[in-house]
Design a protein around this ligand. Structure first.
Ligand code: E4P
Length: 218
């Protein structure tokens, strides 16, 4: 399973990349706004800065909702760097745009996926990735992990090549469960990735090893 980081924060992207396990980055308009990146030129520069850090796919989201606008933006984003994956919302015009961009050899990530039906449509259109939002489903009492499992089963039965990118990760359990049920990729905030490191027995065990070594060598 690939690990993407879900942020537009360059320091956090560098920190995750330095771990040596980072396969890519996802952003969205809210994450760009959170970093104070505004205006097309600055947004484009920021995507280039992200691409310079990471050796992997970088999802950059369109803000148009009509077919022509999405294609125009998609082409502009894809021209920035070969790592760019154009992120397209799961709407009717979006499906057409995914089909078109795919036929041009441009990678796409269909975002805001909340059902298996949406996942099937995006896969049929040729999306490189689909992003089911686990956390936002859990927030409204639906089982986000169950959706990942269902889509994984459908894609395996149908032989779809589209990769399932589990998004809207809220905690390390989401990452572990996504791996268990067959997500190809997770995209997560840095704190949930780092939380995978943690176990109290690791900390107490290391403390004892170091204390015993110090005692024996003093
Ligand atoms: C996916 O690519 C989105 O950027 C993201 O995972 C959404 O997460 P949120 O529900 O925490 O905003």
């Amino acid at each position: 399973m690939k690990f993407f980081i879900d942020t537009a924060n360059l320091a956090q992207i560098k920190e995750a990349n330095d771990l040596g396990i980072l396969d890519g980055v996802t952003t969205n308009p809210s994450l760009m706004a959170k970093e104070g990146i505004t205006g097309t030129d600055n947004v484009m520069k920021h995507y280039k800065a992200i691409c310079a850090i990471v050796d992997g796919d970088v999802s950059a989201e369109v803000i148009s909702t009509d077919f022509e606008g999405m294609i125009r933006e998609g082409e502009m984003l894809a021209a920035l760097d070969e790592k760019i994956v154009v992120k397209i919302p799961m709407i009717k015009e979006g499906i057409k745009a995914i089909k078109h961009l795919t036929s041009m050899g441009i990678k796409t990530n269909c975002t805001l996926v909340f059902s298996s039906g949406q996942a099937i449509l995006a896969a049929k259109a040729g999306a490189t990735y689909i992003s089911p939002f686990i956390g936002r489903l859990d927030d409204i009492s639906y089982d986000g992990i169950q959706l990942i499992a269902e889509i994984a089963q459908i894609f395996a039965v149908q032989g779809y090549q589209t990769q399932i990118l589990a998004a809207s990760i809220r905690n390390p359990i989401h990452i572990i469960k996504s791996a268990q049920v067959g997500a190809h990729v997770i995209t997560s905030p840095l704190d949930s990735i780092l939380a995978l490191l943690k176990h109290p027995l690791t900390d107490s065990g290391l403390e004892k090893f170091l204390a015993d070594h110090k005692k024996a060598n003093s």
